[in-house]
Write a protein that binds this ligand. Sequence first.
Ligand code: TRP
Length: 331
Amino acid sequence: METVVSGIRPTGNLHLGNYFGAVRNFVKMQEENNCYFFIADYHSLTTHPTPEDLHGNVKQVLAEYLACGLDPEKSTIYIQSDLPEVAELYLLLNMNAYVGELERCTSFKEKVRKQPDNVNAGLLTYPTLMAADVIIHKAAKVPVGKDQEQNLEMMRTFARRFNRMYKEGYFPIPSAYNFGHALVKIPGLDGSGKMGKSEGEGNAIFLFDEPKVIRKKVMRAVTDSGPTEMNQEKPEPIQNLFTLMKAISKTETVAFFDEQYNTCQIRYGDMKKQLAEDVVSFTEPIREKINELTANKNYLREVTKTGSEKARESAQKTIREVRDIIGMKPF
Ligand code: TRP
């Protein structure tokens, strides 16, 4: 039983790539660990969302993760800004975070390139806030994707530095949570790369997409003119379609179309029709759950209230100790 912390950015909606790449693993992870999942709304302020967008996105993301199976009975689910202790630890960690090392982070440099008119201090200190998120619960593990590896390295640096400056062994040094298997990468429908919302209209299938939207997207997926030789290798767009089908459909279904491909009899229209129906049956219960949850404000309020109370217990303990260790003591 390890303590695991994971932050969720309140941006956009979950698509099948997110589901198979991360969310499904979170659902399993919570069975065997003491998990804290929070929605990183402080972090998202670095891009200046409108108040309506911020609130709406937090709600949508919360509903979507709950609909996928994050369980408030098993995990501690909360909103980052409901823990003022995180802001305090962030402030304290910033005193020992050097501008030079923060400026060298690739995600910072990328943001500078992407939003040159809004290079704010929050962007620079994004990794210190992440470190605060994790070590406030003295977590041992953080599930991170490729793009967050450097941020994890920074967390480790800040935790180690605190220990060295103030108290050896105080903060556990967090490491990457190992899912025990390679992460499934879901390709997009445009015939190349991965599924992502920034990759273009129709490339991603969202969990909350209506059946007719899903059918339209799948039927428009890029294919080719079909195989001409028996057992020929599948070109990328076709392989992608099979990869998606493998994640969603029954083994027999995949085997059937594989056979059809290998014997040059495949009709992509039929394959897509089948895939679309399988995606619809897969996402339908999740979509219904999402709608049910977004309509139930009382439930969402209850979940986040209970979650933040549990999270604050752990956070307050750490802050009390940290203040004392640093020398902020009552007379
Ligand atoms: N930066 C993460 C992301 O973009 C979200 C995040 C914030 C996070 N704080 C965290 C992830 C702490 C893990 C641990 O996805």
